[in-house]
Design a protein around this ligand. Structure first.
Ligand code: PGA
Length: 266
């Protein structure tokens, strides 16, 4: 997996925004896979700023988010639809009908997965998928022990995830324990994957994902099978990586080659 060691959380967001800007320059009708959580908030702020500066347009873009809670209406402040509207959708020129999240309100939530997969397929698949990583190594809501071959489906959240996200809900407020999430195999079908991680709380998960064995106990480790996955990490999230010197040298060499050979990867 390519590892980009960013100088700060701010630079993580800038690097990711730049990857998206370059993609949209080449492919204005790209399909983006998006994520919620606190990590991508800074990325969305950068994209909004780039849009307002006239440097990026989402007019022809289609988006698919990783997951959505079951049982929250779209207007609920903690629904992921609401999150995306607040942080990105309403600030840019995205066509509302081309923004997708799994439907957590289907009468039969078991149908939400196949329905979403069909929509992703119909859009031609995801060009670039943005991911955060849970402190437990989850991607989307694929919790530890999720099948590495899983597709979009209903998933029960772990106690750790519920605890991590409790801060977003008021005391006594209903906090969903179920979500519909893209599966790990669904995520791996994206043509490019960019995982963002910031803060010390992610250091173990990042180490396990990038340098540990491929195991369902750390769902993000499945990205090691992806031929075009990049982890963009800040110094705290990179703290437990063993091969930092190597990643740094790769980036130095790559910087020298870009320009000579285009986007050559070494
Ligand atoms: P966070 O969540 O960005 O809020 O830390 C990441 C995730 O759980 O995927």
């Amino acid at each position: 997996m390519e590892v980009i060691l960013a100088e700060s959380a701010e630079r993580v967001a800038e690097r990711a925004a730049e990857l998206i800007r370059i993609l949209l320059e080449k492919k204005p009708d790209a399909v983006l896979g998006l994520a919620t959580g606190s990590t991508p908030v800074a990325l969305y702020a950068k994209l909004v700023a780039l849009h307002k500066a006239g440097r990026v347009s989402f007019r022809r873009v289609t988006t698919f988010n990783l997951d959505e809670y079951v049982g929250l209406p779209p207007a609920h402040p903690q629904s992921y639809r609401h999150f995306m509207e607040e942080h990105l959708f309403r600030h840019v020129d995205l066509a509302p009908e081309r923004t997708h999240l799994p439907d957590g309100r289907m009468a039969n939530p078991l149908e939400a997965g196949p329905d979403y997969e069909a929509k992703i397929r119909a859009a031609g698949g995801i060009d670039l998928q943005i991911l955060g990583i849970g402190g437990n190594g989850h991607i989307g809501f694929n919790e530890p022990t999720s099948s590495l071959g899983s597709r979009t489906r209903l998933k029960t959240l772990t106690g750790r995830t519920l605890e991590d996200n409790r801060r977003f809900f008021a005391e006594g407020e209903f906090q969903p324990t179920l979500a519909v999430t893209m599966g790990i195999a669904t995520i791996l079908e994206a043509r490019k994957i960019v995982l963002l991680a910031t803060g010390r709380g992610k250091a173990d998960a990042v180490r396990n994902a990038v340098e540990g064995p491929v195991t369902c106990v750390c769902p993000a480790s499945a990205l090691q099978w992806h031929p075009n996955a990049t982890a963009v990490v800040d110094p705290e999230a990179a703290e437990k990586l063993q091969y930092v010197d190597y990643y740094r040298s790769v980036l130095d060499i790559q910087d020298g080659l870009v320009g000579k050979f285009g986007e050559y990867r070494v």
